[in-house]
Design a binder for this molecule. Structure first.
Ligand code: AHG
Ligand code: MN
Ligand code: MN
Length: 323
């Protein structure tokens, strides 16, 4: 039987060859980043900024090296007009924007505090399109995403993609480096008994979040009348991948400590792409007060509250935010 590679899948599902080129470039960047992550200890670049290597040179962190890979590889895409990266303050323009050109938003390395302890990290991306010639606005709401996806650098490297229809997962074959279709039509189970939140922030939370988590923790004896499990990996990619596989709800709310910043996670390259993936898989993505993908962005690095995952749990959380 012929393996369905990422290229075969894209040629069957994506009408615009320029979008195929761009998605293949993103996948190549992710493959290169997987190698950087795996070899990081040899190069001395697992740590934070300003680490000296044995030659006394300052090492770049893997966040910066991962950003460089996205820039280096994706800049070849003929219809890519601009890059918006977590690691770069300003928008990087690659060409004079023309209607139909693509805009790429990305978090080159997500969960980077996990690098030092050899746990899962990832990359996240979203793609939108320029609507009129010369339009240099990149601040569009998430509903305009044409594709979104992530790479997970875990025990295996995976590439998970949605084009607005299905969510499809590919696993990197160790040897050939091919991304092969392994997880067709991924769906978030609508019911779950597993939640993910950084509970060390409990004292900063608003009432609806405290109420939800208190009720989960109360288990069988509480109003939920069943036991709940908790996971927190500190890598949104790993968290979302788990939810796509076995269900769950992920929360990074605005709280009294981060509210002035808007929350913790960034709208354009963390919340929006994950919202599109979760919703295409049958889940729900909300701030608690409205859909994430309806937010009108005010800046490329804007932060927002994030609640997403299994439909029944997110809908319950939305109800709790109304009282
Ligand atoms: P990044 O490494 O790109 O800055 O993102 C880290 C994010 C996200 O992946 C994760 O869910 C969250 O930060 C972890 O936050 P805590 O440190 O509060 O656990
Ligand atoms: Mn991140
Ligand atoms: Mn990052």
């Amino acid at each position: 039987m012929t393996e369905t590679t990422l290229r075969r899948h894209l040629t069957q599902s994506t009408p615009d060859p320029n979008l195929i080129f761009l998605l293949e470039d993103i996948a190549s960047a992710c493959r290169a980043i997987a190698n950087l992550v795996r070899n990081g200890a040899f190069e001395g670049n697992l740590g934070s900024a300003d680490v000296m290597n044995i030659q006394g040179e300052t090492q770049k962190t893997l966040d910066i090296l991962a950003n460089d890979e996205f820039e280096r590889i994706c800049s070849n895409s003929p219809r890519l007009a601009a890059l918006v990266s977590e690691e770069v303050e300003a928008v990087t323009w690659l060409k004079e924007p023309k209607a139909g050109d693509y805009l790429l938003y990305f978090d080159p390395l997500d969960g980077s505090s996990n690098l030092d302890v050899n746990l899962s990290v990832g990359s996240i991306f979203a793609i939108m399109q320029v609507q009129t010639d010369g339009d240099r606005n990149v601040l569009h709401e998430g509903r305009r995403q044409v594709c979104a996806g992530y790479a997970l650098y875990g025990p295996s490297t995976m590439f998970v993609l949605t084009d607005g229809a299905e969510v499809t997962g590919f696993t990197c074959h160790n040897g050939t480096g091919d991304f092969r279709l392994t997880h067709p039509n991924m769906k978030v189970p609508s019911e779950t008994s597993e939640f993910a939140i950084n509970t060390s922030r409990y004292r900063y939370w608003d009432t609806p979040i405290r109420r939800y988590v208190d009720e989960c923790v109360a288990g069988k004896e509480g109003v939920r009348q069943r036991p709940f499990n908790m996971r927190w990996t500190a890598s949104m990619v790993a968290e979302i991948h788990r939810i796509l596989t076995r269900g769950g709800v992920f929360l990074y709310p605005a709280d009294s400590k981060n509210r002035s910043a808007g929350g913790k996670l960034r709208l354009m390259y963390e919340a929006n792409p994950m919202a599109m993936i979760i919703q295409q898989a049958g889940g729900v993505a909300s701030t608690g007060y409205g859909p994430i993908m309806d937010i009108e962005p005010k800046g490329p690095h804007q932060r927002v509250p994030v609640i997403l995952g299994s439909r029944a749990e997110v809908e319950r959380l939305i109800e709790y935010h109304k009282t």
